[in-house]
Design a protein. Structure first.
Length: 288
């Protein structure tokens, strides 16, 4: 096994193995592992660019950060992996005064394009949260063993093992995204239903975000993204819509309706009603 120390990267022995055979000797021509690395105890944060190669790094212990180009800084933890696409600049590494264990594989070949064409991979998924699985670690270490042997058939086995890992990572991440999307959808419904159930009271957004265990900014983002209206505007629209029902189906005075919907200032309620319906509350009632 090619094992050596590089204290710039880690105080522990690391393994980096390059392809040791001429590619013409390989039978799998569409996919080739160019380099395998196992880096326990990485402390060094790096910037990298892979020319025509692709790579992924799997974090098996620890936590840190990842940034592609000028994109957002994303958090990593054990069970996360990140991809490095050709031509992009990347920054990644453990948090200051911390370290992580990683496995990485650099590869090339036309097979990767088929993964993009079929949707197995997407450039939108630079970071995947796939969890920890001893089987994946065993496969990653097997890739390293195959590459270290320098035998062409074993290098082909490493490439095929790589493809099986990519597929498993993709499917696991897809399941994770589906579950996350469902959770987000349920949260959106919960928040909107809570707002709708709070119409007959003075408006207090803090009550909403505390009951739903979210932040104020998350509450406002949920409403804007899912209704198209800022939070206060959305609430007033709902209250005016409710007022229209009361004007049409009850004999309550306008003042009573305003108070029941949490507006202590009847003049303010009247202005809002006219803003959203283009007529006064009294006119609306007389036309109903």
């Amino acid at each position: 096994m090619a094992t050596y120390f590089d204290y710039k990267i880690s105080p522990l022995p690391i393994q980096i193995t390059d392809l040791k055979v001429d590619r013409s000797k390989l039978k799998v021509n569409s996919l080739c592992v160019a380099q395998y690395g196992r880096l326990p105890g990485r402390t060094y944060k790096v910037e990298s660019t892979y020319g025509n190669h692709m790579a992924f790094t799997y974090i098996s212990r620890g936590r840190g950060m990842f940034q592609a180009g000028e994109g957002p800084v994303q958090a990593l933890e054990a069970g996360s992996l990140f991809w490095e696409w050709p031509g992009e600049r990347y920054r990644f590494g453990p948090y200051p005064d911390e370290d992580w264990d990683e496995y990485y594989v650099i590869f090339e070949g036309s097979r990767a394009q088929e993964w993009f064409d079929s949707g197995i991979l997407s450039r939108d998924d630079s970071v995947m949260h796939v969890g920890l699985d001893p089987l994946w670690i065993s496969k990653l270490e097997a890739i390293g063993t195959y590459m270290e042997s320098g035998i062409p058939s074993n290098c082909d086995r490493a490439a095929l093992l790589l493809e099986s890992l990519v597929y498993e990572f993709s499917q696991t991440h897809a399941s994770f995204k589906t579950a996350l999307s469902k959770q987000k959808h349920e949260l959106v419904l919960q928040v909107l239903e809570d707002i709708a159930g709070s119409l007959y009271a003075p408006w207090n957004e803090q009550d909403i975000w505390e009951r739903n265990h979210i932040s104020r900014s998350t509450l406002r983002r949920i409403v804007l993204q899912n209704t198209g209206f800022p939070l206060n505007d959305y609430v007033n629209r709902l209250k005016v819509s409710e007022a229209k029902k009361l004007l049409k189906h009850t004999n309550l005075q306008i003042k009573e309706i305003a108070h029941s919907l949490g507006y202590s200032d009847v003049a303010y309620f009247s202005r809002l009603f006219k803003k959203y319906t283009q007529c006064s509350a009294q006119s609306f009632r007389s036309k109903s």
